[in-house]
Design a protein around this ligand. Structure first.
Ligand code: SF4
Length: 289
């Protein structure tokens, strides 16, 4: 099997078999992200992908239950090619229960409803989509390349096609100047989409992330742990998304939160308050991406 460069996947895909159907990220503009800055984007040729799949099938065959398509936005592939890949996967791994991938909002909007439904029917069961923020101003500043309205539209279309949706937001992305807007607007977009899963991680900048230069120059001020949790509390006070499984237990977070919206919001707000009162945030040395 062939892997190129560093491989990234969502935490919940830790046990999945991963195939790189693209290399890198087609956009690569987000200033908080360093994941694919060293890769030039390309779609891998179909014969290479098929070779990888059959090689893995010979080795793991019926043991494979979950498959993740990498890299940054596999949904950018032409629908025909994705359908072909899903068909080969189904034949190679008959016991597989799900195939998932990252999908950028623009890629979702670039596909027709018919195409999304066909992909769901062929086995693509869940998409991980980065919302990052529901604030247009924050999205503009971090060069996300889409508006909050487009993100909401993409999320709703994935759900209408029958796919599960795992949405990600980044706490602290508005910095000290836009934290309130970031919290309230993100709550608004999540409430519109009502994703199946919502993952919250906290802004951490690795070498290679363009935003790091703004932090070093003083143009962007990161939130303190206390401010970060204040922002999270504001988000939780404003969101309405019954049934969404909220995972705020990423290694980057100052406090692990987990629950189902909206039922567990009071419990999570209490947990935030307790940590604020005791000032016992996760120490920096325990945080990671
Ligand atoms: S956050 Fe996603 S879309 Fe933005 S550069 Fe990173 S991989 Fe690409």
């Amino acid at each position: 099997m062939h892997y190129e460069g560093t491989l990234y996947r969502p935490p919940s895909e830790a046990g999945s078999l991963i195939f790189q159907v693209t290399i890198g990220c087609a956009r690569n503009t987000c200033t908080f992200c360093s994941m694919y800055k060293d890769k030039r984007f390309r779609i891998r040729p179909m014969d290479e992908i098929e070779r990888d799949i059959w090689e893995a099938a010979a080795r793991y065959g019926n043991q494979v239950r979950r498959i993740f398509l990498a890299d940054g936005d596999a949904l950018i592939l032409p629908t025909d090619q994705l359908l072909r890949i899903l068909d080969v996967l189904q034949n190679a791994f008959p016991a597989a229960e799900r195939v998932t991938a990252y999908g950028a909002p623009a890629d979702v909007l670039g596909k027709s409803d018919l195409a999304l439904t066909a992909l769901r029917g062929a086995g693509l069961s869940m998409i991980y989509m980065g919302m990052e923020s529901g604030s247009d101003e924050v999205l503009r500043r971090v060069h996300k390349g889409v508006s909050a309205e487009e993100i909401a539209a993409a999320g709703k279309r994935l759900k209408a096609a029958g796919m599960a949706l795992s949405l990600t937001m980044i706490a602290g992305l508005g910095g000290k100047t836009l934290w309130q807007e970031h919290a309230v607007a993100s709550a608004r977009v999540v409430s519109k989409i009502r994703p199946d899963y919502l993952g919250a991680l906290t802004l951490m900048l690795e070498p290679g992330a363009p935003l790091l230069k703004d932090v070093q120059s003083g143009a962007f001020a990161m939130l303190s742990p206390e401010e970060d949790l204040e922002e999270m509390a504001l988000f939780l006070q404003n969101v309405t998304s019954p049934g969404t499984v909220f995972r705020g237990n990423h290694a980057s977070n100052y406090l692990n939160l987990r629950g189902t919206l909206d039922a567990d919001i009071p419990k999570m707000l209490d947990a935030i308050q307790t940590v604020q009162n005791n000032q016992n945030f996760k120490p920096e040395w325990l945080r990671g991406l």
